[in-house]
Design a protein around this ligand. Structure first.
Ligand SMILES: Cc1ncc(COP(=O)(O)O)c(C=O)c1O
Length: 404
């Protein structure tokens, strides 16, 4: 079933395609998405939501359709709760800089957050005096619910917001977000989740999770570059400050007053990335034809294959729990005394395997663990094959032998 889908991707149809295992950074795009972007520029190269001519009307309809599909994918109660942004980083910044803060308000994150879910809080700490606290994970990087509950209790009435990656890009570990949300809510906090690594790979139901905000990275789910999304509860969005005010964020202005537009328009200032939204419409349509649970299962089965080849080799260790089924589609390998970039270059040049190396924007975790060389991270999507992950793992083991 997934094998047939490889035919939909130009880079995978090419002769001798590389083993593309950098999907946690950005996924490949199927023809459908590329054609939708191309069609936008060739057929309807216009803005939506403003002009009333035919081009604009068609663009507006596609934008609405994309919003509806995205809302359905994550089970958002209202279509207008979906805001299109540049990326997940922009979405998280909208939450951080859109809520209003009192000095001393406490924000909790985990110790394995992407910089996009750390830097905005560090910035607010410096600029507005919030108190950002980090909850340590268990030794195997799984979420420590007890420590989290204790941190919530310790924060007391000052606890304002909890912001957690649903799935970590460092190691693919999913946190028990529903349980953590329940605890946070019992302590009176809002919950924001970074869904950049969960929404592309598993069923995400924002209502069932009970959260208040979720950030998405649409370019990690087959959409065009430069596309992200934010879902937020309408009652919160109504009161939240827009970090990008201007054209289309207002209903009316005078020289000294304004009337804000309703969400999502209030947050989507300026001409949008229409090509990106229209491409995303095709991407979400493509993803919605598949069963997200099957995608997740395929990814963990590929992870088991690569992890089993790597995990007992001397001089290497995989970040996160030994059980690969707890690490989704990510296998992130630490190498004793070998630079991760050297291995990544070798993998590409010698075997055509594309991975990510370095600190994956989670410098804080590497610094805490005093790891200087970063890791070599392979991350799969539904179109990857067992041959590709074997090639990665076997070449990595050979590289360690040669370079170690
Ligand atoms: C967990 C996580 N959060 C946030 C981001 C940032 O995403 P974006 O590039 O869409 O801003 C990434 C990107 O790798 C990520 O993996």
């Amino acid at each position: 079933m997934f094998a047939k889908r490889r035919e939909d991707f130009p880079t995978l149809r090419a002769e001798n395609p590389p083993a593309y295992l950098d999907n946690a950074c950005m996924t490949l795009r199927p023809d459908k998405v590329i054609s939708a972007v191309d069609d936008y520029y060739r057929v309807n190269p216009s803005c939506g939501g403003r002009s009333v001519h035919r081009y604009a009307t068609r663009v507006s309809r596609q934008v609405t359709s994309c919003r509806q599909k995205t809302a359905k994918l994550v089970n958002a109660p209202l279509t207008d709760e979906i805001i299109f942004t540049r990326n997940a980083t922009h979405s998280l910044n909208q939450v951080a800089h859109g809520l209003s803060w009192q000095k001393g308000d406490i924000v909790l994150t985990s110790d394995r957050e992407h910089n996009s879910n750390l830097v905005p809080w560090l910035q607010l700490e410096k600029e507005q005096g919030i108190d950002h606290r980090v909850v340590k994970s268990n030794d195997d990087n799984t979420f420590d619910l007890e420590a989290f509950e204790a941190a919530c209790a310790d924060a007391g009435s000052r606890l304002r917001l909890v912001s957690l990656a649903h799935v970590g890009n460092l190691d693919g570990v999913a946190i028990p977000l529903k349980e953590a949300t329940k605890i946070a809510k019992d302590h009176g906090a809002l919950v924001c989740s970074d869904g950049a690594q969960s929404a592309p790979h598993m069923n995400v139901d924002v209502q069932d999770l009970g959260i208040d905000f979720m950030a998405f990275s649409l370019h990690k789910m087959l959409g065009p570059s430069g596309m992200g999304g934010l879902w937020g509860r309408m009652d919160l969005l109504k009161d939240m400050r827009s970090i990008q005010s201007g054209g289309s964020t207002v209903e009316n202005t005078t020289y000294d007053s304004l009337t804000w537009a309703k969400p999502p328009a209030k947050f989507e200032g300026g001409l949008a990335n229409y090509a990106g939204i229209i491409g995303t419409n095709a991407a979400i349509e493509y993803l919605s034809e598949m069963d997200m649970a099957e995608i997740h299962e395929k990814e963990t089965s590929l992870n088991k294959v690569m992890s089993s080849i790597i995990q007992d080799v001397d001089g290497v260790s995989i970040i996160g729990p030994r059980d690969a089924s707890l690490r989704g589609g990510i296998c992130s390998v630490l190498l004793d005394n070998i630079d991760s970039h050297d291995v990544a270059i070798l993998l590409d040049e010698a075997a055509g395997v594309m991975v990510r190396s370095g600190m994956h924007c989670v410098h804080s975790w590497f610094n805490e663990h005093q790891i200087k060389n970063g890791s070599v991270r392979a991350s799969v999507y539904f179109y990857n094959t067992e041959e590709e992950v074997r090639l990665f793992a076997e070449t990595l083991v050979e590289a360690v032998d040669v370079l170690g």
